[in-house]
Write a protein that binds this ligand. Structure first.
Ligand SMILES: [Zn+2]
Ligand SMILES: [Zn+2]
Length: 259
């Protein structure tokens, strides 16, 4: 819902700590592709929620090579149209921006953004983007994105591993087979909504349990609701586990062909 949450006057929603102001979850990855003249910078975004435009402005985003979507809920997809200006540039330079999606996400995006994706679409300013099926491994300009299936209530959604880092949001359960994809991580970004149980999101306590099992050097909790104050929650977390916050940057090793 974002923090402050609309209509709420709780201590976290009224907090003056900038880390208690939370836009909807999203990830920006930048790396230099090896073997390309000048080591061209590559840019991938995971999810374009309703705050995507504001996040892009804050982080100086001027181009995007690809977007990955975790699932089709509003807080992860509703900024798709704000890819338009970036997609016009990408299109002039070579082609539409690929959006990597599951079959389920494709179906929802095609419905909501029918004026973009329908073969009959005639809207001249539609985003120059193209839906691409998400495979187990997706190469993007020297980096590789491994799909990590996780459960979000009854729904299977996609987490991603890239190099030594993984991003798992909106998780309520991690299937046994996905733990094998999460070995040897430096950074794990994992969602934890609040302390009280929720049907489709993990609690802080569940996230701590998975974090210990996965054994990443650093775990960053994201997709945090207004029940969790930044400072107070951090103080109670075990070593190596901290709340993420808007604008947090991490050094990520993207893998062999990217740096
Ligand atoms: Zn969701
Ligand atoms: Zn969500």
């Amino acid at each position: 819902m974002g923090v402050p949450t609309l209509g709420c006057g709780c201590a976290v929603c009224c907090s003056s700590d900038p880390r208690d102001r939370r836009l909807r979850p999203s990830v920006l990855l930048r790396w230099h592709e090896r073997g390309v003249a000048g080591g061209r910078e590559r840019v991938v975004v995971i999810d374009t929620g309703p705050d995507f435009r504001e996040q892009a402005l804050r982080n100086g985003l001027t181009r995007v090579d690809a977007v990955f979507y975790t699932h089709s809920h509003a807080d992860h997809i509703l900024g798709l149209d704000d890819l338009r200006p970036l997609s016009f540039t990408a299109f002039r330079e070579g082609g539409p921006i690929p959006l990597y999606v599951s079959a389920e996400t494709r179906e929802v995006l095609e419905k909501i953004y029918w004026y973009t994706f329908s073969p009959d679409a005639t809207y001249p300013n539609r985003a120059r983007v193209q839906l691409e099926p998400l495979g187990a491994n997706t190469p993007v300009h020297g980096a590789e994105f491994v799909q990590v299936p996780v459960m979000h209530g009854e729904m299977e959604i996609s987490g991603f591993r890239f190099g030594n880092t993984a991003y798992l949001t909106d998780v309520s359960a991690i299937p046994e087979s996905s733990f094998a994809l999460l070995e040897g991580l430096e950074h794990l970004v994992l969602s934890a909504l609040r302390h009280k149980p929720h049907p489709t999101h993990a609690t802080v306590e569940q996230a701590i349990g998975w974090s210990r099992r996965i054994g990443a050097h650093h775990t960053w909790l994201t997709h945090i609701a207004h029940e969790l104050g930044h400072e107070e929650t951090n103080r109670a977390l075990p070593d190596g586990i901290r709340l993420a916050y808007d604008g947090l940057g991490l050094p990520v090793n993207m893998g062999r062909a990217a740096q």
